[in-house]
Design a protein around this ligand. Structure first.
Ligand code: SF4
Ligand code: SF4
Length: 432
């Protein structure tokens, strides 16, 4: 085995119902995977569930593991399936091992029974919600093309009523990309969530549904839009919500600025430890590469521990680092970005090298924008103080800027540092 490749733990995104879903979200990358299994019942059999549970636990060499359930829509398996799943987890749990479950749902099928079960077994629920009604309903529709906002909010209220731990997964796409602040305030103030993830929709425009070609659909966000979305959210968060609202990419960035590993596969130097398991036992290199070229084998034939450490998976994981373009290798934010997820590396660098991330412009803009605040927070952490102190720093900085604006002349450089004349920048409303 390559000295670089000896994963002690890995994550498996399990799809017990395959790509089957009750909704028809227009940008979904997984619905087309149904074509990979013609005539399948798309249901994980009970004996396969047991074999998977045993193998997954056996293959892990850490004290805490998570079973990840996704789809399609994983609740379409029915509650009994998950009751069986937790019973198998208890049966095969190693002494002292802590097991948690994370389930990603569109929320439409949730009931009191589901939520009572989630609470009882400490499931962490990821709920998909793209913002206020009009923005959410733009692409998240059911099989009849009908909006889903009210049904998702009903599911959310059930989760809250039962005290289930949940986070909100918001995709950033053409419809909501220019509304970052509105989306953030909605999630914070109306949904009341403390945990958010903002996932960019970069959807290849092709007939296979695989990661091929360099055209994207009109639903996709652009790199610039994604960066600005994150900046708009960050500007609000860093002044009001540090320590009480957790935005995944901000946490990941702070870890990197503090000298730690980002802890999220897309920003790690290598990948390959987040695999996908289909309903029939097939294992793929990653949830975003469920396609024949990246099928590693079936756990009925090959133990999961062998699949994860196989040369094919090692090569997949290390390729993320080894194919990084020169442009990225020389980039000042490589320590956090690492070129981003390989699934989005399909544009050319300015000097014509292939393999640059489609979102590069956005990542660069965002990571540069947050540099100062991240340094302040990382410094607070280093001295065992709260990173939330950055909010005081920002208030003082804002006050100093306001004082500078009051004394700036129309043709002076703007005190904000934009490089524009004051009259063309922050002085516009004052000086006309
Ligand atoms: S391909 Fe992308 S999503 Fe998959 S493991 Fe690698 S970085 Fe993560
Ligand atoms: S910001 Fe762009 S150039 Fe820098 S590492 Fe990320 S993708 Fe590469």
């Amino acid at each position: 085995m390559d000295a670089d490749w000896n994963p002690q733990a890995f994550h498996l995104m399990t799809k017990p119902r395959g790509a089957i879903c009750n909704l028809d979200c227009e940008y979904c990358y997984f619905l087309s995977k149904e074509k990979l299994y013609p005539n399948s019942s798309f249901r994980m059999a009970d004996n396969l569930l047991e074999a998977y549970t045993r193998q997954y636990i056996e293959a892990q060499h850490v004290p805490e593991i998570t079973f990840g359930w996704q789809g399609g829509e994983p609740t379409l398996m029915g509650l009994e399936f998950y009751q069986l799943a937790v019973s198998y987890q208890e049966k095969y749990r190693k002494p002292g091992m802590q097991i948690t479950n994370a389930l990603q749902t569109n929320g439409v099928t949730l009931t009191d029974d589901w939520c009572a079960f989630f609470k009882q077994y400490n499931f962490l629920i990821g709920l998909s919600l793209d913002g206020p009604r009009a923005l959410h309903d733009r692409y998240r529709v059911d099989k009849g093309g009908q909006p889903t906002f009210d049904r998702v909010m009903h599911g959310l209220h059930l989760l809250q009523k039962h005290g289930v731990e949940y986070n909100i997964l918001t995709t950033v796409h053409a419809a909501n990309a220019d509304h970052g602040l509105e989306v953030y305030r909605f999630l914070r103030d109306e949904v009341g969530t403390e945990f958010m993830q903002f996932i960019p929709i970069v959807e290849r425009d092709n007939l296979t549904g695989f990661q091929e070609g360099d055209r994207v659909t009109t639903r996709s966000v652009t790199g610039e839009q994604y960066g600005q979305f994150l900046i708009d959210v960050f500007e609000e968060w860093v002044r009001h919500d540090v320590g009480r609202v957790f935005v995944q990419i901000f946490d990941v960035a702070l870890a990197a600025w503090s000298g730690q590993r980002p802890g999220l596969c897309i920003f790690e130097e290598t990948c390959g430890v987040a695999l996908a398991l289909e309903h029939n036992g097939d294992v793929y290199s990653c949830d975003h590469f469920v396609e024949p070229a990246h099928r590693l084998g079936n756990i009925v034939d090959i133990p999961l521990s062998e699949i994860v450490t196989s040369p094919q998976q090692r090569d997949f994981g290390l390729a993320k680092r080894d194919t990084l373009p020169r442009y990225c290798r020389g980039c000042d934010v490589r320590f956090i970005c690492n070129g981003g997820c390989p699934k989005n590396r399909f544009i050319k660098t300015p000097d014509g090298e292939a393999g640059l991330n489609y979102l590069c412009a956005g990542y660069k803009a965002f990571f540069h924008h947050v540099d100062e605040a991240m340094r302040v927070m990382a410094n607070e952490l280093a001295y065992r103080r709260s990173p939330a102190n950055v909010m005081l720093y920002m208030r003082q900085k804002d006050a100093a800027l306001q004082a500078a604006f009051a004394h700036a002349g129309r043709n002076d450089p703007c005190p904000c540092g934009s490089g524009l004349k004051f009259k063309r920048c922050h002085g516009r409303t004052v000086t006309g």
